[in-house]
Write a protein that binds this ligand. Structure first.
Ligand code: IVH
Length: 673
C-alpha cells in the first residue's frame, strides 16, 4: 500500500514532537505539556501506525516495548575496553593521583578536572549509528558484554533516535553510562512487590541489575530504570576537546547526563566538590558512592593513558564505607500507626557511617525468611541511602548452631489481639485501634509538624495521656481540659496551659495537613496536597469514588483504594465528624498554586545557543511567565543572547536585570528546584 505523503509527514512530525517532549521530561526535567497531551500524541501516532504498518520504524517511540523474550544474551565485544576506576578513600590518595598526573604531563600548573557524582548502578554502552540506537550492552568483563538492546530500549530516558535540533548527530557514537533506579521509584517498586508477595529487592543497585538482565523485555519495561551518560567510546564524525564538551554534546543529542557535573581548577576544587556532594548525598533521589575526578582535556587524557584495568586520568574518590558487621541480640516486634507489626533487629551497637546503630527494621516475616536471618547471627548491616539502617545478610559461616529461628507470633505482643494478614500483603497487623503503641504513634503522627503541628507534643506525652485514660483517639485531644492535665504526674500548670493552647491553635489548619494527619495508608504530605487541591473539601473527598480518585493526576490505584476504604469505615467518618465539630477549620480552601514565574514578564534579545526561541518561550510559559517583545519599565528580566539588539541598551538604561542564556537556564532550574 502506498502511504499518502501527508500521512508520512504527520507521522514523522508526531515522532519528533514525542521525542522532544521525552527530552524535556527526562533530560531537561522540565515538561511543557501535560501527561494527557503527551498521551494524546502517542495515541495518534499509534493509530496511524496501526493503519499504515509499513510506516513503522524501529526507532519510533511506539516501539520501545514488544520485543519477544530471548533465550540467552549474545556476547558483544567493546571496541574500546570499558575500564574500571582506581579507588581513593583519603585526601592523601587524591593528592598522589594529582601529583602523578602533573608529573606525567610535565606541568606545575593546576590541572582542570571534571568532577561528577559516582553513580551506584551498572555500566552499559549504547551504540548509535546515523543517530539511531542500534546496540546496547552491559559492561561484562570490560572487554565483552551482553547484548541487552531490547531491554535498554524500554528505558524512557534513553533516546531511540538522537536529537538533531541542536547538533547534527555523528555517523557513529558509542556512549557509556550508568543504569540505575531512582530511590523513590525503588521504594514504590518494592512496596508493590511486597504487596504481591514477591521478595523485596535489597537495594536500588540490585534491582537495576536484576531488571536489566531479564530475558523478557516486558519485565524490564515494568521496572523504573533510568540512565546517566558519563563518557564515550569510538565516535566517528565528530570530535570533542574536553570531557565537558563530551557531556554537553551528549546532552544536546538528547542523552541524559547528571546535572551536578562540574568543572574545577586544581585538585583542591575536586576535594571541595567531594565534601559538597557528601553533604548533599542524603537528599539525592539516587544512590551514589563517591565522586569521579577526570582530567578534563582529552589530549591530556590520551597522554596519561591507561593501566591494565583503569585509566591514569580518572579516579573514584569514594565516600567512607557504610557497611559494618555486628550481631543480632534479639528480634522484637514493633506496632506501627496502622497496626502493622514489624520485626525489628536489636543489635550490638555499632557505628555505621558515623552514626551509632542498634536497631534495624527487618520489614516482615517473609523478608526474614528470605534473608535467613536468625537471632544470634553475625550480620552485615548498612545504612541504606545513609538514613535507615538495614541488615544486608547474615554471615552464615560464623554460625555456631546456637542461633534461633524467628517465629512470628499469632497474637499482638502488646494487646494480645489475634493478628491479621490481608490477602496480597506481607505484613501482619494488629486490628485493635486502641492498641497502646499503635495509638501512641497515631497521636504523635497526628500532632507532628507536617500534620496538625501541635507544639511540644511527642511520644512521651502521648503515652502519658493514653495511660491516664484521657485520650483514646485523636479527637479526644480536643475535649481535654486544663483540670484533666493537672491530675497528671509532673504536669506543671504552665506546661498544661501551653499544651491546651497549642491544641487550640492547631484547630486552624489546612485541608492538606488535616488529611495527612488522619493518616490513611499511602497518603503522604504530597499526596494529601494533591487531594486537597483537587477536592477542595473533606466532604467532597469522602464522597469521591475510586474512579474519581484515580482520575486525579498523581493518584494511583493503591492510594485511591486506600482512601476509599478509609472513608467508608464508619469509625473513621465518625472521627472526622467529631474533629470538625471540635472546631477544626481550613484556611486553604481557595488557595490555588502559584507558578514560579507567574506575573513575570521577560524579553529576549539576540540568538540563543542551547535551545531555540520557541523552546525558551515554551519553558517560560510553562512556568507561568510572559514573553513580551519590547523592553519597558514593567519588564522583569531581559535575556541576552548572541549579538543582542537595541533592547539590551534599553534594559541597561532602565536598570532592568539582564541574564545571559546560562543564567536564564539557571534561573529556571532554580525556580523548578
Ligand atoms: S567513568 C574509564 N564516570 O564506576 C572510566 N564511571 O569503577 C570509566 N561509574 O564501571 C568510568 N559513575 O560503572 C565513570 N560518573 C562516572 C561514573 C562511573 C559510576 C561506574 C561505572 C564504572 C565504574 C568504575
Amino acid at each position: 500500500m502506498n502511504i499518502p505523503p501527508e500521512i508520512l509527514r504527520r507521522i514523522e512530525r508526531l515522532r519528533e514532537e514525542i521525542n522532544y517532549h521525552n527530552y524535556l521530561y527526562y533530560v531537561f526535567d522540565q515538561p511543557t505539556i501535560s501527561d494527557a497531551d503527551y498521551d494524546a500524541l502517542m495515541h495518534e501516532l499509534k493509530g496511524l501506525e496501526a493503519r499504515y504498518p509499513e510506516a513503522i520504524t524501529p526507532d519510533s517511540p511506539t516501539q520501545r516495548i514488544g520485543a519477544p523474550p530471548s533465550e540467552k544474551f549474545a556476547s558483544v565485544p567493546h571496541s574500546v575496553p570499558m575500564l574500571s576506576l582506581d579507588d581513593a578513600f583519603s585526601q592523601d590518595e587524591v593528592f598522589d593521583f594529582d601529583r602523578r598526573a602533573k608529573r606525567l604531563l610535565q606541568t606545575d600548573g593546576e590541572i582542570e578536572y571534571m568532577v561528577e557524582p559516582k553513580m551506584d548502578g551498572l555500566a552499559v554502552e549504547l551504540i548509535y549509528e546515523k543517530g539511531r540506537l542500534v546496540l546496547g550492552s552491559t559492561r561484562g568483563d570490560g572487554y565483552t558484554g551482553e547484548d541487552v538492546t531490547a531491554n535498554l530500549r524500554t528505558i524512557r530516558s534513553i533516546p531511540l533516535r538522537l536529537m538533531e535540533r541542536y547538533l547534527p548527530p555523528p555517523a557513529r557514537l558509542e556512549v557509556r553510562g550508568e543504569v540505575f533506579i531512582n530511590r523513590d521509584a525503588f521504594e514504590q517498586l518494592n512496596r508493590k512487590r511486597v504487596e504481591k508477595g514477591a521478595p523485596a529487592f535489597a537495594n536500588p543497585r540490585n534491582a537495576a541489575a536484576g531488571s536489566l538482565r531479564q530475558l523478557d523485555p516486558n519485565v524490564t519495561a515494568s521496572r523504573p530504570l533510568n540512565m546517566f551518560c558519563y563518557g564515550i567510546g569510538v565516535v566517528e564524525g565528530y570530535s570533542f576537546k574536553t570531557q565537558w564538551d563530551v557531556l554537553t554534546g551528549l546532552k544536546k543529542w538528547g542523552l541524559n547526563i547528571n546535572p551536578m557535573i562540574k568543572k574545577v581548577r586544581g585538585i583542591h576544587g575536586a576535594i571541595r566538590y567531594h565534601q559538597a556532594i557528601a553533604s548533599k548525598r542524603e537528599g539525592l533521589n539516587y544512590e551514589i558512592d563517591g565522586i569521579v575526578i577526570k582530567v578534563n582535556d582529552l589530549q591530556h587524557q590520551e597522554r596519561l593513558g591507561s593501566k591494565a584495568r583503569s585509566p591514569r586520568w580518572a579516579l573514584a574518590y569514594k565516600f567512607e564505607a557504610v557497611q559494618v558487621i555486628t550481631r543480632i541480640l534479639d528480634i522484637q516486634l514493633s506496632v506501627g500507626r496502622t497496626g502493622a507489626v514489624t520485626p525489628v533487629a536489636i543489635m550490638e551497637p555499632v557505628k555505621v557511617g558515623g552514626v551509632l546503630v542498634s536497631r534495624a527494621t527487618l520489614h516482615n516475616e517473609d523478608e526474614i525468611l528470605r534473608k535467613d536471618i536468625r537471632i544470634g547471627d553475625w550480620v552485615m548491616i548498612r545504612r541504606a541511602g545513609d538514613v535507615i539502617p538495614e541488615v544486608v545478610r547474615p554471615l552464615s559461616e560464623r554460625r555456631t548452631g546456637k542461633e534461633r529461628v524467628f517465629v512470628m507470633p499469632e497474637t499482638c505482643p502488646v494487646c494480645g489481639s489475634k493478628l491479621v494478614r490481608r490477602p496480597g500483603e506481607a505484613v501482619w497487623r494488629c486490628p485493635n485501634p486502641e492498641c497502646f503503641p499503635r495509638l501512641v504513634r497515631q497521636l504523635t503522627h497526628f500532632a507532628s509538624k507536617g500534620a496538625m503541628d501541635i507544639e511540644g507534643f511527642g511520644p512521651k506525652l502521648a503515652e502519658q495521656l493514653i495511660s491516664a485514660g484521657l485520650v483514646r483517639d485523636v479527637a479526644d485531644l480536643y475535649s481535654m481540659e486544663l483540670s484533666d492535665l493537672f491530675s497528671l504526674d509532673r504536669f506543671a500548670e504552665k506546661s498544661a496551659k501551653n499544651l491546651i493552647s497549642a491544641i487550640e491553635a492547631s484547630k486552624e489548619t489546612t485541608l492538606a495537613r488535616f488529611l495527612y494527619a488522619l493518616g490513611p495508608r499511602h497518603v503522604g504530605e504530597v499526596t494529601a496536597q494533591v487531594l486537597a487541591d483537587r477536592f477542595g473539601s473533606i466532604q467532597a473527598l469522602a464522597e469521591a469514588d475510586e474512579e474519581g480518585l484515580r482520575a486525579v493526576e498523581g493518584i494511583g490505584p493503591e492510594v485511591a483504594s486506600s482512601i476509599r476504604s478509609w472513608f467508608s469505615n464508619s469509625q473513621n467518618s465518625r472521627l472526622v465528624r467529631r474533629l470538625i465539630n471540635a472546631g477544626i477549620r481550613f484556611t486553604d480552601l481557595k488557595e490555588t498554586k502559584k507558578l514560579p514565574l507567574e506575573g513575570k514578564s521577560l524579553v529576549f534579545t539576540g540568538g540563543l545557543s542551547s535551545l531555540t526561541r520557541e523552546q525558551a518561550k515554551d519553558l517560560v510559559r510553562g512556568l507561568g511567565g510572559q514573553i513580551v517583545s519590547t523592553v519597558g519599565r514593567k519588564t522583569d528580566y531581559v535575556i541576552v543572547g548572541k549579538n543582542p539588539g537595541s533592547k539590551l541598551q534599553k534594559a541597561i538604561n532602565l536598570g532592568i536585570p539582564t541574564l545571559s542564556e546560562e543564567e536564564f537556564l539557571e534561573l529556571i532550574h532554580h525556580k523548578l528546584g
